[in-house]
Design a protein around this ligand. Structure first.
Ligand code: XIL
Length: 386
């Protein structure tokens, strides 16, 4: 795979209003010959209480064969293959639940654990959505990644536009972290403690609400408070644009190394991996330097966006990227590969990137795309490579 410029993408939140750009995916369907015929609701969960009766190991049926799902291939290798999910979609979409439970052994809340959605009024938490996701994971034998404790986006309005003093903001953040991590202690295996602390293009720290109010010490405090609330949880620094070797990943490595040296409980680095069909520059080398510095590395939000309407050549190119990413992960000591969704039916990409979409391994009809076949092949072959 050719080395390229840093593979990160500046996602512009101002294009949120571009939801109408979501193209009908007729082209995707035409070119995505289903590799496996998925039954709509093989576990019969459509009428059952959410998450109550989905067997975790539902095989995928091809016409005459039965083959293992991604999680069935991953689990024996100690590997976690995951997806970000929305609670409302879990409630509403039986097909979504079925594929999710069958294919993945790790979940992350796409929005449900962010400060703003969780806590719309001071001291008024609504855990309904987060609980739905954690319960679904427990029922289906999946690990949960927590996302995210400290971020500059999706903050509660009462906080972002409030008049609290720095000391009050510090107390609010501490309480928030301890409330959330404490509630899911033992049930959420790992937390994105700090998300995107660097400028979009790095390497400076982002001049965020948290930096302005608390100064750079907020970073260490957040990890310490999370650790106090669940000493067994793996604590992660998560960002985009740190996948390849570049000035931003240099800065991230320096930051986490400094924190660790100061005794801060920080265990892993999450590379978000929102990319175009181009591999991040010197990805394996970059992973290796974080691991050498003592950090586990995870791919936390993988998606590979394509120009819409999607072309068959683009789907093949996308499959090559998914294949290369998973191969790189598995040969680099990574054991966590989480995508930001799993089906083009529910993806943030068309909403946030004008004219882009089709970023995930299942299409809008929940049929596997070439990218799925590529992931499946890598997991099938992995044991012989290790
Ligand atoms: C995105 C969600 O998918 C959207 O639904 C929401 O409107 C904005 O946030 N990096 C992250 C995620 O760490 O939290 C973001 O999730 C996608 C980029």
């Amino acid at each position: 795979m050719k080395a390229s410029a840093p593979g990160f993408i500046r996602y512009a939140l101002c294009v949120r209003s571009q939801a109408q750009l979501r193209h009908g995916c007729a082209a995707v369907l035409l070119f995505c010959l289903p590799v496996f015929a998925l039954s709509n609701d093989p576990a019969g969960v459509g009428s059952a209480r959410l998450g109550s009766s989905i067997p975790p190991h539902q095989p995928v049926h091809a016409s005459n064969t039965v083959t293992a799902s991604l999680r069935q291939l991953a689990a024996p290798q100690g590997f976690f293959i995951g997806a970000a999910v929305e609670a409302q979609t879990l409630r509403d979409d039986a097909g979504y639940r079925t594929v999710l439970a069958r294919e993945f052994n790790m979940l992350v809340a796409g929005n449900a654990m962010k400060f703003g959605p969780l806590c719309p009024q001071p001291d008024q938490y609504d855990f309904t959505n987060a609980d739905t996701i954690v319960a679904f994971a427990a029922t289906n034998g999946m690990q949960v990644r927590g996302h995210t404790l400290v971020w500059h986006q999706q903050l509660p309005l009462w906080l972002e536009h409030g008049t609290q003093t720095p000391a009050q903001v510090k107390a609010i953040l501490r309480k928030h972290i301890q409330t959330l991590v404490g509630r899911y202690r033992g049930r959420v295996a790992m937390w994105d403690v700090v998300n995107e602390a660097f400028d979009d293009n790095g390497p400076a720290l982002r001049d965020s609400f948290w930096l302005k109010k608390l100064g750079p010490e907020y970073l260490a405090w957040a990890f310490q408070w999370a650790h106090e609330a669940d000493p067994a949880a793996q604590l992660v620094y998560n960002d985009f644009g740190i996948e390849g070797m570049n000035a931003k990943s240099d800065a991230a490595l320096a930051l986490v190394t400094r924190l660790k040296a100061a005794g801060v409980p920080i265990h892993a680095v999450g590379m978000q991996m929102h990319i175009t069909p181009e591999m991040p520059a010197r990805l394996a080398e970059n992973i290796a330097r974080f691991r050498t510095a003592g950090f586990a590395v995870q791919f936390t939000e993988v998606d590979v966006q394509l120009p819409m309407p999607v072309q068959p050549t683009a789907l093949a190119q996308q499959a090559d990227i998914y294949r290369a990413l998973l191969e790189t992960a598995m040969t680099s000591g990574i054991n966590t590969f989480v995508m930001w969704g799993f089906t083009d039916r529910h993806s943030w990409v068309p909403h946030f990137f004008k004219g882009k979409g089709a970023a995930l391994p299942f299409d809008e009809q929940l049929q596997p795309k070439p990218a799925y076949t590529a992931l499946h092949a890598v997991l099938t072959q992995a044991p012989s490579r290790r």
